[in-house]
Design a protein around this ligand. Structure first.
Ligand SMILES: [Zn+2]
Length: 170
């Protein structure tokens, strides 16, 4: 009886640990499997990792499309964000804008790079609204678009938003 009482918490903890490990390994990007257009710097790998982790917090009960983003601010600090949907669909906020708004709210003025991670075959490019917001705070920013299996592509925001309308246009 005593042994049975002892065994059940151990079994429970083992199941918990195995579940947690499986969850963790499936969410980590395998760096040796990463493939993309440019070489990744260490900081860009950290951005992809951070975006991958925060993707788990995405609130996407309607689309089921989970996205994570991480911004490298000019100060060197990384800010993360996920998509946050709403029953009134139009109020949904993308992961990129969540991350940028967090950075700006924390007192940052400029961003140097932004990573976006989602579970797609290739990679996801930011929507038009996010491109405009990225440009507002980093007209030379690198945009690192990656998927969960390590595929990525890096583009300058100026390439994703040609003839951009920005602060200098006013
Ligand atoms: Zn967007």
């Amino acid at each position: 009886m005593k042994a049975r009482l002892l065994a059940s918490p151990i079994i429970f903890l083992t199941i918990l640990f195995v579940t947690a490990s499986c969850k963790d390994s499936s969410q980590k990007i395998n760096k040796s499997r990463m493939s993309g257009s440019n070489d990744l710097t260490k900081i860009y790998i950290r951005l992809i990792d951070s975006a991958t982790k925060v993707r788990n917090n995405a609130y996407a009960p309607y689309s089921k499309f989970l996205a994570g983003s991480a911004v490298l601010a000019e100060s060197g600090v990384i800010y993360t964000g996920c998509n946050v949907e709403n029953a009134s669909y139009g109020l949904t906020n993308c992961a990129e804008r969540t991350a940028i708004f967090k950075a700006i709210s924390a007192g940052e003025k400029k961003i140097k790079a932004i990573a976006i991670v989602s579970d797609v075959p290739d990679f996801d490019a930011p929507c038009g609204a996010c491109r405009q917001v990225i440009y507002e705070f980093g007209k030379d920013a690198d945009v690192i678009m990656a998927n969960l299996s390590g595929k990525y592509k890096i583009e300058k925001i100026s390439g994703l938003l040609p003839y951009a309308f920005g602060p200098e246009s006013l």
